[in-house]
Ligand binder design. Structure first.
Ligand SMILES: Nc1nc2c(c(=O)[nH]1)N[C@H]1C(S)=C(S)[C@@H](COP(=O)(O)OP(=O)(O)OC[C@H]3O[C@@H](n4cnc5c(=O)[nH]c(N)nc54)[C@H](O)[C@@H]3O)O[C@H]1N2
Ligand SMILES: Nc1nc2c(c(=O)[nH]1)N[C@H]1C(S)=C(S)[C@@H](COP(=O)(O)OP(=O)(O)OC[C@H]3O[C@@H](n4cnc5c(=O)[nH]c(N)nc54)[C@H](O)[C@@H]3O)O[C@H]1N2
Ligand code: SF4
Ligand SMILES: [Mo]
Length: 684
């Protein structure tokens, strides 16, 4: 019998970074289990995590670098590929300037700090400000909005007395929260679900509100109206910590529950009941969809309204409410660069607030920026031709690039358009830091992501990719780390949890700080040092400083009759699938068997109206394109609404339906949750 080791590391197949134990025999990972002591997953893994080894050892992995030749791909050595890429980049830079380079990281870059950090560093070393990522379609909208309100970023907790799932379905997308909710419901916590689909968790809820997609802001404002007019607010908290409540009181008078009923489909009495329940519970939290509330017309203002609901009920820095968690001191791999990324002029608040700048560009402006402003594009750990809005617009634009390079483990649709495809290591083949940070839940926990096996095939880590590319571009001095371990040591240095400690003493991970609930002097780092209910930051860029409601651009109430005759049904895309992360994991047999094909969901009356039966192949169409998939008819889905899942390729790609020009007006996010479509059977 050869060598057998058990290594504690994290899963990394989605951003939750659950702890796991990997058994390695003779250099091959043979078993993966949940780590009991990990505070997020408590010994459990979701089906993706359970089947991680089939993904890693998949025969479909890209095995060597590939170069596009005459419309097909041919193998090329790493050395030759990097030489050619370096030469092309240098030539484009000499001719047009460094800003013609754009780089992109997908959602995996959220949990893979080295990937995102090094990618940012590379574009800065080259001289370009154009770093794009899923941050401008997902999650950062809430961070930005909470920052302008609190000057800090408070988050929901895993344990709460009242969970309001507001367009969030943990049973599909948020495994750690699902585990925590189940535990807390058994102890007497309450649950409310606000969703156009009666998700299974709604069956355990105190209240279920069937809302029209895209109208959440109207409901939130009506709740505020009730809380204020029935004097259910926390006067002492408002007095001590906030600014602008006096302006909010007259502002919300227009937003009565009856006004909201017309817009949201939620009966006025239900809105009142929810407002009373929420305001009457200390330790209550709004758990907004991780991207649902971002990819919608009123996104920024929705997030503002949720923040203000937490504030006026005093549910800030109390257990179960929203809590400002300690930030980790961390070695920053990024590098400063001159200039503003694309989209900063159009959506200034996305880029800058109070002189604090973010490193991200706005991804929705990418297609229109090619080929004049962007000529070379590097995708590392993302599949934008499936995941970004309006695949046709992105594809047409990508075809005009002088250089497209993709670093990935699998031959994605994006790879298929590339000039060079470079094989990437999986999470078990490289070192990293697993930092659960604030992604949804206040959990100041850190773990070392261990290299468990040697890189498979010819795959390289991001550290090796950038270090070797930089050498060929005269930028070697800007990539000084001699090894992955060296890089991780640098990252961990300021954290108080050094590499050796996490490797030898706490391989299971450790809390880097204790949570503080007390509100200390100067905690709110807004210019006023108060929570800004009235936001001058928003006013300054020309938007309502108080939360308001805007009807989606495409909607039964917002669109022209002509448009609605063509596209009469509401379209919401991208409900999560428990078995897959976005476009990934279709290579895993057990997962594919559990969920073999994409399904378009609709209610029975809607189906009947268009003569569709459960299981029929259907065509869903919008102004941008069409998809084909089977229908799933269920009375759990609100009538008049159609759900199309994302992450499937070819003719089932949901982003053939979305429109990159249909954007939220403040931060430029694409609307993926409140569009209009038509549905018919394939032969109709
Ligand atoms: N219509 C619609 N579209 C959506 C959404 C929606 O709700 N509706 N949701 C959006 C959201 S919120 C997000 S976050 C995005 C996600 O968008 P993406 O992140 O672009 O989507 P993924 O399919 O996860 O692509 C990740 C890629 O990284 C590769 N990969 C995995 N691990 C590694 C690694 O270690 N190194 C490298 N180099 N590559 C690796 C995978 O093989 C995969 O091809 O999708 C968005 N798209
Ligand atoms: N298994 C798995 N988990 C994932 C991912 C994955 O691909 N697979 N992706 C990860 C990523 S990057 C993200 S951003 C998160 C996404 O996480 P979320 O954005 O929270 O998405 P879901 O959990 O699918 O929940 C969305 C719910 O919102 C409802 N909904 C749709 N439109 C509206 C609306 O307008 N208003 C309201 N109130 N509800 C609406 C849907 O019916 C659905 O039940 O998931 C993460 N977790
Ligand atoms: S939720 Fe599943 S895929 Fe995500 S980290 Fe945990 S086990 Fe892995
Ligand atoms: Mo996301």
């Amino acid at each position: 019998m050869g060598e057998r080791k058990e290594i504690l590391t994290d899963c990394t197949l989605c951003y939750h970074s659950c702890g796991c134990r990997v058994t390695v025999e003779d250099g091959r990972a043979v078993k993966i289990e949940g780590l009991e002591s990990h505070p997020l997953n408590k010994g459990m893994l979701c089906p993706k995590g359970e089947n991680a080894l089939d993904h890693i050892y998949s025969p479909d992995r890209i095995k060597q670098p590939l170069k596009r030749v005459n419309g097909g791909f041919e193998p090329i050595s790493w050395d030759q590929a990097l030489e050619e890429i370096a030469q092309k980049l240098d030539q484009l830079k000499a001719e047009f300037g460094p800003q013609i380079l754009g780089v992109f990281c997908g959602s995996i870059g959220v949990e893979n700090l080295e990937m995102a950090g090094l990618t940012q560093r590379f574009k800065a070393a080259f001289g370009s400000p154009n770093f794009f990522s899923v941050e401008s379609v997902c999650y950062r909208m809430r961070i930005r909005t909470r920052q302008i309100t609190f000057g800090k970023y408070p988050t929901e907790e895993l344990d709460s007395n009242l969970y309001i799932l507001w367009g969030h379905n943990p049973a599909a997308s948020d495994f750690p929260l699902k585990v925590a909710i189940e535990e807390n419901l058994a102890k007497g916590a309450k649950l409310v679900v606000i969703d156009p689909k009666r998700i299974p968790m709604a069956d355990e809820a105190e209240m279920y509100l069937k809302i029209r997609p895209g109208t959440d802001g109207a409901l939130a404002l009506a709740m505020m109206n009730v809380i204020i007019n029935e004097k259910l607010y926390d006067e002492a908290f408002i007095e001590e910590h906030t600014l602008g409540f006096d302006k909010l009181v007259p502002h919300v008078q227009q937003y009565t529950p009856e006004w909201a009923e017309e817009i949201t489909w939620v009966p006025a009495e239900e809105t009142r009941k929810l407002a009373r329940l929420f305001a009457g519970t200390k330790g209550a939290g709004i758990y907004q969809g991780t991207c649902t509330q971002d990819q919608t017309a009123n996104g920024t203002q929705n997030s503002r309204a949720f923040s203000i609901l937490q504030v006026i009920t005093g549910n800030i820095n109390v257990p179960g409410g929203w809590v400002i968690s300690p930030r980790l001191a961390f070695g920053n791999v990024g590098l400063k660069v001159e200039g503003e990324p694309l989209g900063a002029d159009q959506y200034p608040l996305f880029f800058e607030v109070w002189g604090r700048k973010s490193p991200y560009g706005v991804v929705t402006v990418v297609p229109e920026s090619i080929p004049d402003k962007l000529k070379a594009f590097l995708v590392v750990g993302g599949n934008p031709l499936v995941s970004m809005p309006d695949t046709n617009a992105f594809r047409e634009a990508f075809r005009k690039l002088d250089l497209l390079v993709v670093h990935d483990m699998f031959m994605t649709e994006t790879c298929k358009e590339a000039h060079y495809v470079l094989p990437a290591c999986s999470q078990l083949e490289k070192w990293g830091v697993a930092y659960t940070y604030n992604v949804c839940h206040c959990m100041p926990y850190l773990m070392l992501r261990k290299k468990c096996i040697e890189p498979l095939h010819e795959s390289w880590s991001e550290w090796k990719l950038y270090t070797e590319l930089a050498k060929r571009m005269d930028m070697a001095d800007l990539f000084p780390w001699k090894s992955e371990e060296d890089l991780i040591t640098f990252e961990l240095d300021p954290s108080g949890l050094p590499f050796d400690y996490l490797m030898n003493e706490k391989p299971e991970g450790d809390f880097y700080q204790e949570k503080q609930y007390e509100i200390v002097e100067g905690q709110f780092r807004t210019p006023s040092h108060k929570i800004e209910i009235y936001s001058e930051a928003l006013e300054k860029v020309g938007f309502n400083p108080l939360p308001d409601y805007q009807e989606p651009e495409r909607s039964p109430m917002g669109s022209s009759k002509e448009f609605l005759d063509k596209y009469p049904l509401i379209l919401s895309t991208g409900n999560r699938n428990y078995y897959y992360t976005h476009s990934q994991h279709r290579d895993v047999k057990a997962l594919k068997e559990a969920y073999p094909e994409p399904l378009t969901e609709m209610g029975p009356q809607t189906a009947e109206k268009y003569r569709i039966s459960d299981g029929d192949p259907v065509v869903v169409e919008t102004n941008r394109g069409q998809v084909r998939m089977k229908a799933s008819v269920s009375d759990r889905v609100a009538e008049g609404v159609v759900f199309v899942p994302h992450g499937w390729s070819g003719e089932a790609n949901a982003n053939l339906l979305t429109d990159v020009q249909c954007r939220e007006c403040i931060l430029g996010y694409p609307d993926m949750k409140s569009l209009m479509c038509s549905v018919r059977t394939v032969d109709a």
